[in-house]
Design a protein around this ligand. Sequence first.
Ligand SMILES: *Cc1c(COP(=O)(O)O)cnc(C)c1O
Length: 396
Amino acid sequence: MNIYADNAATTSVSRTALEAMMPCFKEMYGNPSSLYGLGQKAKEIVEAAREDVAAVIHAAPREITFTSGGSEADNQAIRSAAAAGKKEGKMHIISTAFEHHAVLHTLNKLEQEGYDITLLDVHEDGLVRPEELEEAICQDTALVTIMYANNEIGTIQPIRKLGEICRKHGVTFHTDAVQAVGHVPIDVEKDNIDMLSASAHKFHGPKGTGFLYVRKGVRLYNLIEGGAQERGKRAGTENVAGIAGMAAALKEAARDMEVNRDRLIRQRDLLIRELGKIPHSAINGDPVNRLPGNVNFCFEGIEGESLLLLLDDRGIQASSGSACTSGSLDPSHVLLAIGRVHDVAHGSLRLSLGENITEEETWYIVRSVKEVVEYLRSFSPIWRDLMAGKGEFILP
Ligand SMILES: *Cc1c(COP(=O)(O)O)cnc(C)c1O
């Protein structure tokens, strides 16, 4: 069996997306800035994609700027709001402790540049509390940036409420919606969102392309200087094929969203129920208020890396919160933010399911995880000590 269960890291490119891209490499390879027919044809593809993308999130096409992906969109949104704030003498930014590094590292830089950053607590359920946001807002607040859905534990924030609070206080509200777009319904109007980041490769589009929604009237500054593409807000010849592929993938994801969601939730909840039966384990994040395909557990007494390698041997590709892969031994900042202690956070497993997963495959995952966890515990010194009564279990 081979089961790709790491769709939060990236997804395969759908056939629809691929078919939309092919002509952009072959017959319609013009530069959208060129005035002759071939160029104008490429421009039409880009503008049609802009309309399609805008429609899915209930925005106007003019409010969409194409970028190289989620990271660039996050950087540009945050930098823009920070610069706009500075002009008015507002140097305070509010975010959360469990954002993606594209957000957190940008905020670190801004802190070094003199901005004042407040990171809201993320509670044990993986959610921020709207009233705590309201308390944190002050006269100097230029921006609130809070992710729509978390990439590790999948929890979906009360975005509409958070947006409402920002609107009430006249503060720009940005959301990193990279994990949410194409997976849950998004309406930038109803949700009171001023800026939103998305990335194609998280919804079966190609890597290296994404978009930033910026509400009309909200100031956008460019990160990349050069030509006048994207209304002068993002220089560089458009990634026509990528943009076409992204729009096709997003349209398809929006069309199939409800069916996919129902199927995923059924498999997700089966996994949550069955993996929860493993002794001394715990689900990370709210079990209900989470992305349809996200399952994230901690298993006491094991190392996430070993779990991943042994699951890979059985044909299951998954991920762990512990970031040894990125060259550091620190456990996931997300799991620490929701209050997991280091030892427990190290034994984490994230399964992010694909839309086509079958019930048979889900049961295969259940059996495999149970067996591998048991096997790893059988020679874990930490586990042996805990079983011998030396030290207390942290998870029930
Ligand atoms: C993947 C991801 C990003 C980065 O997007 P790229 O297109 O890979 O740059 C940002 N935020 C979240 C929540 C993500 O999951």
